[in-house]
Write a protein that binds this ligand. Sequence first.
Ligand code: ZN
Ligand code: ZN
Length: 278
Amino acid sequence: MRHILRTIIAALQEAVFPTRCIVCRAFLKNKQQKSLLQNFQDGASLDCQNMPSFQNLMTGFLCPTCLKGFIPVEPPICPVCGIMFKSREGEDHVCGECLTSPKKFRISRSPGIYDREFMAVIHCLKYKGKIQLARPLGMLLFSAFISFWGINSIDIIVPVPLHIKRFRKRGFNQAYLLVRDWKLIAENLNIGLSNIRIDTNVLIRNRWTDPQTGLDRKKRMTNIKNAFSVNDQTIIKNKRILLVDDVYTTGATANECAKALLRGNAEYVDVLTLARAM
Ligand SMILES: [Zn+2]
Ligand SMILES: [Zn+2]
């Protein structure tokens, strides 16, 4: 009995204060050093002027080497889909892809590039069920929201829904977990978020789709076409929507969601994802 109890406690401790890097499994040496997140959980307040970085937030989960595996999205970017151009020179300009196939959403932004350890961290959350990562990643997403949008420019936050079958299998919707704590974080920062609602019901996934992973752009578009609909237009009519997801790959999912929301007479749809595939 005592042994079982000890195992459970150790597992819980490991979940909150891991002893190994969640990506490469290296032992974390500096256990004394608390991450900004742990301080936040202990009741310390955040500073709106110095929004937390990936490194700040993930200390305590990642080793020093893996902490360096975050590449921020930096200008010049496409002002529509948010893709980062290879060259760091020049002005923002609409990319070829957005010119040839105009997007239904207004703008899409992400704080980081979907690559290296940042990609691994997202996989840990999504496929390995490490939902304790939703907190730091949610804070990272929140700080991206604050830096890209005015809080008065959005009425409703809509996490991209999963099909009910996938939701039951996974046990959670990672997109929702990323925004779940936003009210709490905003309160801590003295940012008034009370006019923004999170809605997990209005957008629904009508049909089962194969995972988009491994499909090329064209197949992704066909696979996801008309997969979403709105169940109550009165909720979103004339509302400014922020669609949230973990990764933006080709934009096919975001575009289909935006299409459904605009059909329901939303004023506009913007997109925010944690990571942007290049
Ligand atoms: Zn590591
Ligand atoms: Zn673009």
